[in-house]
Write a protein that binds this ligand. Structure first.
Ligand code: DHB
Ligand code: FE
Length: 285
């Protein structure tokens, strides 16, 4: 049986990828950001997953604004790194896991969540920056990835509760796959940030830290927070945080199992225009 062993949560600020690609990680500004991931890079070496189910958002890169699926699962064998305007990032292509992805699609759709199937997709900073943060500079990513794209770019976007329940369905889907696979689920994006308009640059440390507290201790209550609170408190792009609830909903305690272990928590302001949050939870079931 495949098992979800851990969940990882992290921001995906594109400038973090650029800092790595341009060799700036030792500069004091960036050193403070990367110091929060030293533990994580060691942890993932010691706890290597076979597959990462990576919940992220596309930023009008693969889907443009002509067609925007709410939830889209990658069923391809590989994914090219997207050109977001400065050429593709110099990072490895992403290897998929079509067999497990197809099984999850079948199971989750049968559980009444309508997913879009994606057989070809270039992946943008929403997916590659979390990989870079967790793995560092590598020649190949050390695991397969199932990209799972969520629309948080154009309204209407899915609610926190919808995401949380989808996470529960993903857990059931993974556990009904008959190959022994160690699967991690990652929720990415956030934390507070707003990139445009009169409130551009908004950061809300208090709200972000309360979000991290509740993500661990009260995920179901957190899932009830309406969109307007995210936007008001965490900025227009703070809505990316609903994706973290998909990963949290897939943890064992939500299904009545034991509480997860908090392995790591990090919060830092700023990286570019964004508050960076990061957490690692290990399942105990
Ligand atoms: C920034 C953050 C994002 O989440 C993003 O998608 C683009 C830019 C930023 O902080 O600059
Ligand atoms: Fe973003």
């Amino acid at each position: 049986m495949a098992r979800i062993t851990a969940s990882v949560y992290t921001s995906h600020v594109p400038a973090i990828g650029a800092a790595m690609d341009l060799g700036k990680t030792q500069e004091p500004y960036w050193q403070k950001v990367f110091s929060g991931y030293e533990f994580s890079r060691q942890w993932i070496k010691e706890n290597p997953p076979d597959v990462v189910f990576l919940v992220f958002n596309d930023h009008a890169t693969a889907f443009s604004l002509e067609m925007i699926p709410t939830f889209a699962i990658g069923t391809a064998a590989e994914y090219a790194v997207a050109d977001e305007g400065w050429g593709p990032r110099p990072v490895p292509k992403v290897m998929g896991e079509p067999e497990l992805a197809s099984h999850i699609a079948q199971s989750v759709i049968q559980q009444d969540f309508d997913l879009t199937l994606v057989n070809r997709m270039d992946v943008d900073h929403g997916l590659t920056v979390p990989l870079s943060l967790m793995c560092g500079d590598v020649k190949e990513w050390p695991f397969k990835v199932i990209p799972f794209a969520v629309n948080v770019v154009q309204y209407p976007v899915p609610s926190g509760m919808r995401c949380f329940k989808l996470g529960q369905a993903i857990r059931r889907a993974v556990e009904s796959f008959d190959k022994d696979l160690n699967v991690q689920i990652w929720g990415t994006g956030g934390m507070s940030h707003q990139l445009q308009g009169p409130r551009a640059g908004l950061i809300n440390r208090e709200w972000d830290n309360a979000f991290l507290d509740r993500l661990l201790a009260d995920p179901e209550g957190l899932a009830q927070v309406p969109h307007i609170d995210y936007v008001r408190e965490a900025g227009s792009e703070g809505i990316e945080l609903v994706m973290w609830l998909i990963a949290r909903g897939a943890m064992a305690d939500v299904a009545g199992g034991p509480k997860p272990t908090l392995k790591h928590r990090f919060y830092h302001v700023p990286a570019s225009n964004t508050a960076v949050g990061h957490m690692i939870l290990e399942n105990n079931a």
